[in-house]
Design a binder for this molecule. Structure first.
Ligand code: VAH
Length: 324
């Protein structure tokens, strides 16, 4: 990768990936795009930014040519909960945007990345230690677009030689940008509420295990995969990756190690609970470990400590005594 075009740069992944890529490859070599412009935003103010609607193939092609990029990282998509409320819009954006991005990668011979998700699995998939190659019959529109996306990316690799790579992300947790419309968002909200109010009502029920990962590990995984030697990859779209699996009780217990008075109860959202119940409990990541040395660094307690320290600063709230 030398010159990179990113779509969805203002999203939860894009906001952090753009800044990290600019650190590594140089600010002017990372062109950030999104459908909207916002004020007072470090991604927009720190380097090249363009407005881009990913359903506009011509506009995407013109930007890729204008900046003479060699890599396209396509992140723009609707997440699971919103996609379930607006399934037709989710199909049009997630699939229309993806096929446009793959066409641009084909036409300009670009290296390509787009994320899949644990949402690409369904109730018929083995829930524990979910294999890299297994049944994928998701019961959500988000999952349908993720499975279709994986198949489309592999098609472009086999048919046109597009070097398309992807990972199946678990729930991603970060303090820099609030997630938008996901099922795993409870695992981000809980940290904000723990600092603000010392309590949280989880919309996901007790005992619901889902794979999760701290954002720094997710960012490094994308870069590591994209820099891997192509001949070493037996899989392309998309690799199982995860760093931990927990349920609401376990993340609450981790927070209590730093905020002993923290209390959690439940106000389950049936729609997002139904989505979560259809996803695996824990993934087998051996293919990613063997083929490109995937190795996350944050476990639950280390993530909790880092989240609380950074959120205290971001929210201008007192650091818990245990962290002083
Ligand atoms: C979502 N955060 O909840 C995303 C992700 C595995 C979850 O795909 O939709």
């Amino acid at each position: 990768m030398k010159k990179i075009l990113i779509t969805g740069c203002l999203g939860q992944i894009g906001s952090e990936l753009t800044m990290r890529l600019r650190e590594i490859y140089g600010t002017n070599n990372v062109i950030a795009t999104d459908i909207r412009r916002v004020e007072d935003n470090e991604v927009i103010e720190s380097g090249p930014f363009e407005l881009l609607d990913v359903t506009d193939h011509k506009a995407m092609l013109e930007l890729a040519k204008k900046y003479e990029v060699d890599t396209l990282i396509h992140l723009a998509a609707l997440l699971s909960a919103v996609a379930e409320q607006k399934p037709k819009l989710a199909w049009d954006l997630n699939m229309g945007g993806l096929v446009n991005a793959l066409e641009v990668a084909r036409e300009l011979n670009l290296k390509f990345f787009t994320p899949s998700s644990i949402g690409s699995f369904g109730p018929g998939t083995p829930a524990k230690n979910t294999p890299q190659d297994t049944l994928q019959r998701p019961t959500t529109m988000y999952g349908v677009t993720k499975v279709a996306g994986e198949l489309l990316c592999d098609y472009y690799f086999e048919k046109f030689g597009v070097d398309a790579r992807g990972v199946r992300f678990p729930g991603l947790i970060s303090y820099k940008t609030l997630p938008g419309g996901g099922t795993t968002d409870y695992a981000v909200e809980i940290y904000y509420e723990a600092l603000k109010n010392k309590k949280y009502s989880s919309f996901i029920d007790k005992g619901t295990h889902m794979d999760m990962m701290y954002m720094p590990d997710a960012i490094e995984a994308i870069i590591k995969l994209m820099e891997a030697d192509l001949p070493k990859l037996k899989h392309h779209n998309a690799f199982n990756i995860t760093a931990m699996s927990f349920d609401p009780e376990e993340i609450a217990d981790s927070i209590k190690k730093y905020i002993p008075e923290f209390k959690m109860d439940y106000n389950v959202d049936p729609a997002r609970q139904k989505i979560a119940d259809s996803w695996p409990d824990s993934l087998d990541c051996s293919a990613a470990e063997e083929e490109w040395d995937f190795s996350p660094k944050y476990n639950l307690d280390r993530m909790t400590k880092d989240m609380l320290i950074n959120l205290s600063e971001k929210l201008e709230l007192p650091l818990p005594n245990t962290l002083k």
